[in-house]
Design a protein around this ligand. Structure first.
Ligand code: GRF
Length: 193
């Protein structure tokens, strides 16, 4: 089978999710998103899913058995591959085990640089600018038991300009790199899983 049944996990705006939705709709991907799940009720990513008639599921992270519920929801939707697209919660080891080799994450830095605890969202770009880096980028990687440590699938760079702020760098990395390499990585894996 080439097309995969994707389950996408989001905590925020979901612009990376949108890039997958668009690529699936315009035929760039053979895979389809069968559910979008969030630990944040107000995540705009859930709204994006609803607009495209994709099941959008909120699971309250404070409820007991959150991780079991999450795994069950993925299995109920017969998800083949899990995509973490701005999902700001540590993935439980049972989920990593159940979907071994079939969970990917996108991270807005040139991993292994600026990855791990505390490096999420704008904090990544603040650290890159503060360190005076001349280049940054994004990485799509397999998810293992660590934080941002799994094997790299795709990584792409861009130049950091003198005048860049954390916000401008974040925007450029999102639009010029993340939205492209996430779709490319899924396309790569379609033929392999
Ligand atoms: C992206 O920068 C992604 O790399 C990181 O979280 C951000 C999510 O953005 N993991 P969005 O919700 O996809 O717009």
């Amino acid at each position: 089978m080439r097309g995969l049944r994707l389950g996408v996990l989001v905590s925020g705006s979901g612009s990376n999710l949108q890039s997958i939705i668009d690529a699936a709709e315009n035929g760039m991907l053979e895979s389809q998103i069968v559910c979008v799940i969030s630990n944040k009720e107000q995540a705009y990513g859930l709204e994006r899913a609803r607009k495209h008639h994709i099941p959008a599921i909120y699971i309250n992270p404070k409820t007991e058995g959150y991780d079991e519920k999450l795994l069950k929801t993925l299995q109920d939707h017969k998800v083949d591959m899990v995509v973490l697209a701005g999902y700001l919660k540590i993935i439980d080891k049972d989920l990593v085990e159940a979907y071994k080799g079939r969970i990917i994450n996108i991270h807005p830095s040139l991993l292994p640089k600026y990855g791990g605890k505390g490096y999420y969202g704008i904090h990544v770009h603040e650290a890159v600018i503060a360190a005076g880096e001349r280049e940054s980028g994004a990485t799509v990687h397999h998810v293992d038991a660590g934080i941002d440590t799994g094997e790299t699938i795709l990584q792409r760079k861009l130049e950091v300009y003198e005048e860049d702020t954390p916000q401008s760098l974040q925007q450029r990395i999102l639009s010029e790199i993340e939205h492209k390499i996430l779709v490319e990585a899924i396309a790569l894996l379609e033929g392999r899983l």
